[in-house]
Write a protein that binds this ligand. Structure first.
Ligand code: AMP
Length: 415
């Protein structure tokens, strides 16, 4: 016997029973983002590797060890997208979207790839819905984006707590980085080897470390939030004032750094207590330098991404029922198969849900199948013409074959 091939580690199949719940989340996202003027964009699943290396940051976990990178066969290095912001900014530059009315508000949905250690809520292929607003540094943009994600989580019944901070401008961050690096050097022997190794490369990430020793050191570390300049502080206060106006609860978390290099000013994360270790449901922030870094004009931007699988884990919402089957076309003899096909087609074209026997069952087996799929009516084709059976009342009467679609339509509420 040959060995069975399985789905790659950290990936999953979405089976038909699981699809309605996912679909429900996507529909809510579309409704909520659409109602705020966000329009859908799709970018390729793979991009030039340097797009991510340059924007996400050479020193980040994503770029250092989590990217699926390969040669495209023509000597070019490409990477399965690990995140959506850099591709959207690339598209903004490539299509000259700075010439449109600003901000340009976009949303996306699709698969993303990171070679992480799989666990509950953490996969190597996962789906994200994301929103980005490019071309304005108005704090209202940040606040609106945060409120939209809060609305989405609320709509699907996910309770999540919002943590918020500001990373300031690159200058503030550079000065702070030096201070933090010096502090980490003073406490070098108390840090985990991984953090120690990256003191110069990415000292901010020490705030994310999970080991006790590093956490103890970080509790006393200088905070970026405490050294923000007046403009950044004002921007942050304007954002939070609007969140307060909307009665959205938030907590300041000065240790929030997020795992990507391009963030400036506002950063935020929604966390659900139901998720265990992988508690982040969605998050994002402002990235005022990213578009320019990718070769575009100076363009501020802000956005977020939320994982579909994490939202499912955090959601109370049950899958919405699929539309019912209006008609099952059964037939007493194979001879009637073509007619059954024609009727099913006609009924579908009239906008109804119709299925026909496809597996050569006996008539008894066909009625069982109709029952199993919850068909409202069954048409039975036989030598004496067609019978229409109401599966709810059990009543059955003869119908003209040509009148079948109309008969089913008439029985429908509003038909
Ligand atoms: P990030 O870009 O890391 O902030 O991720 C944004 C959101 O995507 C997270 O809040 C999660 O909901 C989701 N996410 C990120 N990485 C994974 C993963 N490996 N598996 C499943 N969901 C993920």
């Amino acid at each position: 016997l040959s060995e069975r091939t399985q789905a790659p580690r950290g990936t999953f199949d979405v089976l038909p029973d699981e699809e309605p719940a996912r679909e429900a989340i996507v529909r809510e996202a579309q409704r909520i983002l659409g109602s705020a003027g966000y329009r859908r964009i799709e970018t390729p699943i793979f991009e030039a590797t340097e797009l991510f290396a340059r924007s996400v940051g050479e020193a980040t976990d994503i770029v250092r060890k989590e990217m699926y990178t390969f040669d495209d066969g023509g000597g070019r290095s490409v990477t399965l997208r690990p995140e959506g912001t850099a591709p959207v900014c690339r598209a903004y530059v490539e299509h000259g979207m700075h010439k449109l009315a600003q901000p340009v508000k976009l949303w996306y949905l699709g698969p993303f790839f990171r070679r992480e250690a799989p666990q509950k809520g953490r996969y190597r292929e996962f789906f994200q819905v994301g929103a980005e607003a490019l071309g304005s540094d108005d704090p209202a943009v940040d606040a609106e984006l945060i409120l939209l994600l809060a609305d989405l989580l609320d709509a699907i019944g996910a309770s999540a707590r919002l943590r918020l901070s500001s990373l300031g401008t690159p200058d503030t961050r550079a000065a702070y980085r030096e201070r933090l690096t010096a502090y980490l050097r003073e406490h070098e022997d108390e840090l985990s080897p991984d953090v120690r190794e990256r003191i110069d490369l990415n000292p901010l990430r020490a705030f994310d470390a999970s080991d006790r020793g590093t956490q103890r050191v970080m509790a006393g570390a200088p905070r970026l939030f405490d050294v923000l300049n007046d403009d950044d502080r004002e921007h942050f206060e304007a954002v939070t004032a609007m969140l307060d106006d909307a009665d959205l609860r938030w907590e300041l978390d000065p240790s929030l750094v997020r795992g990507l290099d391009y963030y400036t000013r506002t950063v935020f994360e929604f966390e659900s207590p139901d998720l265990g270790a992988q508690s982040g449901v969605g998050g994002g922030g402002r990235y005022d330098g990213l578009v320019e870094q990718l070769g575009g004009p100076p363009t501020p931007g802000c956005g977020w991404a939320a994982g579909i699988e994490r939202m499912l884990l955090a959601a109370a919402a049950q899958p919405t029922p699929v539309d019912g089957v209006d008609l099952f076309v059964a037939f007493a003899k194979p001879h009637y198969r073509r007619e059954a096909m024609r009727i099913a087609n006609e009924v579908r074209q009239a906008g109804l849900h119709a299925q026909l026997e496809l597996a050569g069952r006996s008539l008894k087996g066909q009625l069982k199948q109709a029952d199993r799929i919850g068909a409202r009516y069954v048409a039975i084709l036989g030598d004496e013409g067609a019978q229409l059976k109401d599966m709810q009342s059990g009543e059955q009467h003869e119908v003209e074959v040509g009148a079948l679609p109309a008969a089913v339509l008439r029985q429908r509420p509003g038909g």
